[in-house]
Design a protein around this ligand. Sequence first.
Ligand code: ADP
Ligand code: MG
Ligand code: ZN
Length: 482
Amino acid sequence: MSVYEVVIGLEVHAQLRTRSKLFCGCSTAFGAESNTQTCPVCLGLPGVLPVLNQTAVEMAIRAGLALNCSITVPNQFARKNYFYPDLPKGYQISQFDLPICQNGWLEVGEGDQTQRVRIRRAHLEEDAGKNIHQAGSGVSHMDVNRCGMPLLEIVTEPDLRSVDGAVAYLKTLKDILVYLDVCDGNMEEGSLRCEPNISLRLQGQDAFGTKVELKNINSFKFVKHALDYEIQRQETVLADGGTIDQETRSWDAERGVSVIMRSKEEAHDYRYFPEPDLMPVEISTKWIDELRSSLPELSQAKRERFVAEHGLPAYDVALLTASRPLADYFEACVAGFPNPKTVSNWIMGELLHALKNNNCEVIDSPMKPARLIALMKLVDDQTISLKTAREIFLDLFLSQQMPMDFVQERGLMQISDDSAIETLIAEIVRTHPQQCAEYQSGKETLMGFFVGQVMKASKGKANPQKVNTLLRQRLMSEKVES
Ligand code: ADP
Ligand code: MG
Ligand code: ZN
């Protein structure tokens, strides 16, 4: 164990899934041609006024409630003033002393490893544009499409004590925002950006050490790499008797190092003041109550319910609730085929495998619940064997056919008809007199041999239970006759 304890607090920017920007009607679609999603408002031209997007406010409230925050009434926008080429107005409209959500918490981890991470605040703000530096050319371009995109910045207290804890917090947070449908959670496209603050202190020491803020991290993997690297760097500095400077460092994923961007700015450097172009935001208790009662079930509650209601093992539950579409898929199947463990087995096995193989999301699965239900029913009523069902799954998955049509077209129905099976058995018994005699004189292990022969003769389509029963009857009756 290190002599130092790690202290981490996270600032996460989540882009809200509204159709238009925070203060104008421009589109928020990702990937459009540069500088095509702009207007006088988000360009910051003089003489125009921002108009607050109500859906963004609604999403912020929903997120805040799910994060156990209190909603600030009234909350207020503030100007954060700074100069940078990606900020045409010269200020960012953000929130300062009256953020829309405050004093929440998030439960992270499983069982007795659970930790409550306090959320200090979550505030609305607009995004800045993007500088695009053309490598080697000495030329930079500006894309202002991103100016004015709606963000919710969610800030924790410095409650985390490990890299794994920080990653777990992020995953849980992402899960919640995606479940709520307020953010698409795509870190690569920048819809979820994380800026960890990290410091070290001697084990047992009360006061926090000086923190460093890390920027430009765009995947969970890099969060872990960047934090591991930064812990190592700070440890080395401290162990050499040095001190940590309060600064903002940028994570260079290619080289695997953090590099200094700037020494730390303070709030007063930004000359925050209330945004004069926007009224304070009054939110009625009625609206908050409505939004609270319409919150979907979050994954923690869903996990508990899946155990209680469907009696599934923890392993299955963790997998099935990993995303809302998958959990919904599972429940749609159980509604039509009320055997949760069978449904779970098909989903965790064949379905996820097929999705992965075809690089397909649950939501786009060509195998809709109705078709999986129909397949499970065919196995259940012994129209086809479980083995056949598994074998045809991948082809069936890609086809648009209902399982019954698929099976009929290919003649895959299981033979459950007694007389058909008896005919097969009679033939096998007739052609294997030697083995019959041995079985009848007590070599019962030959049963497996006979079952195998009948199954082979039926090309695997005979119902194995029936083959077993009928074979046993037949061999016994032969014995009595002889
Ligand atoms: P700043 O004023 O520099 O933005 P804040 O106190 O507002 O700093 O905190 C910003 C983030 O840094 C929060 O998520 C907080 O939890 C975290 N933080 C604050 N102090 C520390 C520290 N000593 N070590 C690690 N994280 C910290
Ligand atoms: Mg900060
Ligand atoms: Zn605009």
